[in-house]
Design a protein around this ligand. Structure first.
Ligand code: FDA
Length: 394
């Protein structure tokens, strides 16, 4: 039991979405909770999320929209704390919201409202938050975790790792969660940047000259496909379709883009029938931004009138346009990634409580864990749900 000088039931490391949710719920369940963060502000990623409006959840949340070595792990927490639960909290705090697209819910005004809401919930639970406190050592003995931080020491029988992943280090993101997990003998699934722009080299370099062009595509990797916009950049490929597929992409593999998601089969042959004097370029310009149409037509190398090109070649060209292969040479890395894929292995944790099986009292929540959502509010929903699940057990 905590002594008089260590009046905490739980210490939460990290004042991001998962840590604040966990602390608030545990506090309101009567637990004495301390939150420690090295940043000067809580919830910095919430503040920069969703273009400053925080895409705080997704009404289509389902376990198959999360990547993890164990695709079943997230089911328990996601099933017990749902988007409807978080929305009820948002509404209780009078925060106006709207659905933007694909079930993505955003604040009408500002992401600051979500941070303010979580802080108010923490206050209602009597949670103590210490910011600007670097963590210098964590030890465990006699059933108590000891955390040396910012010149002081705190002890508690439960410790929650909620320090996220290393995406966007310039706002204070670190791989601390993994170091701590390893210190306690827990396995870590190799962390990689995800929801991240892909870079192009070699023959694909030519596409970089189309920087700024955006077009709807279907991006595919293996059996996974996303129909959203792709954006060509001076380094390669970005936009929602690319960010989504980046989480599935592995070095050395290819992704394919369908540049004609709405063109029916045989469209180019039909175009030949209706406009035999048109060129491939002008046919493509009817479906794609001009610069992209011109670049793709150049690579297809079918000059002259459609009427003079054999049907077989037009069919082949359409097939290529519907599955244009790119082999990215990398990603823009953690500096530009929205999230980290991989993290503390789910094999080490209870899916009900997120407690480490081998280290009673140690919990891990949010992005620190090997659970990564799609783009569109899924990652925050995991942060809320996993934080809530741990809080039930503290
Ligand atoms: P999070 O990273 O939020 O919090 C971790 C906390 O731990 C931070 O406060 C950090 O300072 C602290 N910390 C780290 N290392 C430490 C150390 N060594 N010592 C002490 N403290 C330490 N998701 C979504 O669903 N909708 C969206 O709109 C967006 N938008 C978005 C935009 C951008 C630009 C990014 C980078 C990310 C998003 N995301 C998102 C993803 C989302 O922000 C992310 O999944 C959650 O913030 C993860 O919450 P956590 O609480 O797990 O970690």
């Amino acid at each position: 039991m905590p002594s008089q000088s260590d009046p905490y039931d739980a210490i939460v490391l990290g004042a991001g979405g998962a840590g604040l949710m966990c602390a608030a719920v545990a506090g309101q369940r009567g637990k004495r909770v301390l939150v420690i963060d090295h940043a000067d502000q809580p919830g910095k990623k919430i503040l920069i999320s969703g273009g400053g409006r925080c895409n705080f959840t997704n009404i289509h949340c389902a376990p198959d929209r999360f990547l993890s070595a164990n695709p079943h792990f997230a089911k328990s927490a996601l099933g017990r704390y749902t988007p409807t639960d978080f929305l009820a909290l948002v509404e209780r705090h009078g925060i106006a919201w709207h659905e933007k697209t694909l079930g993505q819910l955003f604040c009408d005004q500002s992401a600051r409202q979500i941070v303010a809401m979580l802080l108010a919930e923490c206050e209602a639970g009597g949670v103590v938050i210490r910011l600007n406190h670097g963590i210098t050592a964590v030890t465990h003995a006699d059933g108590l975790f000891t955390v040396a931080h910012g010149g002081s020491v705190a002890r508690a029988p439960a410790l929650v790792i909620a320090t996220g992943g290393p995406a966007i280090p310039k706002i204070g993101a670190t791989g601390f969660a993994y170091d701590l997990a390893r210190q306690f003998g827990l396995k870590v699934v190799e962390p990689r940047p995800a929801l991240v722009p892909l870079t192009l080299g070699g023959e694909d370099l030519l596409f970089r000259s189309l920087s700024g062009v955006s077009t709807p595509v279907i991006a595919r990797h293996g059996k996974t496909a996303f129909r959203e916009a792709a954006l060509l950049t001076h380094r390669g490929l970005s936009g929602p379709a690319i960010l989504q597929i980046s989480s599935y992409w592995r070095h050395g593999s290819a992704i394919s883009l369908d540049f004609l998601p709405d063109a029916p089969a045989g469209w180019l042959v039909q175009a030949k029938g209706s406009k035999p004097r048109a060129s491939v370029t002008s046919a493509l310009r009817g479906h794609l931004p001009d610069r992209l149409a011109d670049a793709l037509a150049e690579r297809l190398a079918l000059p002259g009138d459609l009427g003079n090109i054999p049907d077989r070649k037009l069919e082949e060209a359409q097939r290529r346009l519907s599955a244009w292969d790119f082999t990215p040479n990398g990603t823009e890395g953690f500096a530009k990634a929205e999230v980290t894929i991989g993290g503390i292995s789910t094999a080490e944790l209870s899916s009900q409580t997120t407690e480490a099986r081998r280290v009673p009292g140690l919990y891990a929540v949010g992005e620190a864990v090997d659970v990564t959502g799609w783009l569109g509010g899924y990652n925050f929903q995991w942060a809320w749900a996993s934080g809530w699940a741990a809080a039930q057990a503290l």
